[in-house]
Design a protein. Structure first.
Length: 391
């Protein structure tokens, strides 16, 4: 045909196992919401570095999850000594287990993604583990939709991690995102609107303090000698005197001296002003809820969902910390098992969590009293490995 030269030449791709939906994945990301930036760097600065509620929520979850006791086991036994336990105990020269996991959970909460790098050691196991910053990492998809590499960019320098080998140097852990095939959705993004409201309310409170912690008023010029308005010099002088002698916390309570037909008319708080503090508390509650932290644990007033602090703490562990730790440790276990060649599972030890002690005691008693269960079935229900022949 005459127009055959316009047709694209088809590249023959070797047949391999892959998802049928891989080639049709849309790699474009969602746009920004209109009223404030929603990228990872901006949200981290606004919601973590610049907001006490977001900061406390992330720190509370990350530190609690990092302190969760962990055990390593396979289908037959629980290990007290194992190379993976030694690696997790001191993953790199600058961090212990708690510091590494706190950074990992923090990145997951702030960006929805966490990246762990394995540094090749002298043995089959990685010599070191490092958590990489999520805002510097970008995924490179292949023809089938799966990642073939990760690019880590700092300034104008870029390092590429190849993911096509038998052992992958990057473990990518991400939250569920309904509209993105490669990147996770963070609680900070879900709380972005409430963050804007809370930050705006804080700025309003600060402005109120800068004006002697009282509502503004009006200086009324009655006019003398037939004049209807101040001259330019009089107007500028009045503004300068107000700014230097009557604004700011250090000038609170200083009396005002008016002359030349000037009269001060104070303005009281409007109903909207009186509701502003409640709006701030409601925004703080929404931020805590987005992260899965009971507002009672954050010291936010007005929350009576839980009967007491102990119940709120138990719900926090059961509904927020435990699912997060279980997901992260499962991903790490699967990834690190590829280096050792043995199937082992790193999981939280629920019997050592004080907040869940009552529930675990009840479960142990209930399972122990079930005469129709064998010992192996009871151990499986309690999350214990099977007994070996010599036990």
């Amino acid at each position: 045909m005459v127009f055959d030269f316009l047709k694209r030449s088809e590249t023959v791709v070797p047949e391999q196992k892959a998802s049928a939906t891989g080639p049709v994945i849309n790699y474009t990301s969602a746009g920004r919401v209109a009223w404030s930036p929603r990228d990872v760097v901006s949200l981290t600065k606004t919601g973590f570095l610049g907001n006490p509620i977001g900061f406390r929520a992330v720190k509370l979850i990350a530190e609690t999850a990092a302190a969760m006791p962990l055990v390593l086991q396979d289908c037959e036994r629980r290990f007290d000594v194992h190379p993976l336990l030694s690696l997790m105990r001191r993953p790199n020269p600058l961090q212990g287990r708690a510091e590494l996991l706190e950074a990992l959970y923090g990145q997951l909460l702030l960006s929805g993604n966490a990246y762990v790098e394995a540094v090749q050691g002298a043995d089959i196991l990685p010599g070191e583990l490092h958590v990489l910053r999520s805002d510097r990492m970008s995924l490179v998809p292949g023809a089938d939709g799966w990642p073939v590499a990760y690019d880590y960019t700092v300034g104008n320098r870029k390092h590429r991690f190849d993911m096509t080998g038998e052992l992958t140097p990057i473990c990518h852990i991400r939250n569920f995102h309904p509209q993105d095939d490669h990147y996770g959705f963070s609680p900070m993004q879900a709380a972005a609107v409430a963050l804007d409201v809370h930050v705006a309310a804080s700025h309003w409170s600060k402005a109120l303090l800068d004006n002697a912690a009282r509502p503004s008023g009006a200086i009324v010029y009655k006019g003398v000698d037939g004049q209807s308005q101040l001259s330019n010099d009089q107007y500028d002088r009045l503004l300068n005197e107000m700014a230097s002698h009557h604004q700011g916390a250090r000038n609170a309570g200083r009396p005002m001296l008016l002359e030349g037909g000037l009269d001060w008319k104070p303005m009281g708080f409007s109903p909207s002003d009186m509701e502003f503090q409640k709006t701030k508390e409601a925004a703080a509650r929404e931020i805590a809820i987005a992260f899965g932290v009971p507002p009672m644990l954050m010291g936010i007033p007005g929350d009576a969902t839980y009967a007491n602090y102990q119940e709120a703490n138990r719900a926090f562990f059961r509904l927020t910390v435990l699912p997060l730790v279980t997901k992260v440790t499962a991903n790490l276990s699967h990834w690190l098992s590829g280096f050792t060649g043995e199937v082992v599972e790193l999981k939280p030890d629920l019997d050592q969590v004080h907040a869940l002690a009552t529930e675990r005691d009840q479960q142990w008693a209930r399972v122990g009293a079930a005469d129709f269960l064998t010992s192996a079935e009871k151990r499986a229900i309690l999350g214990l490995p099977a007994l070996t022949a010599d036990e």
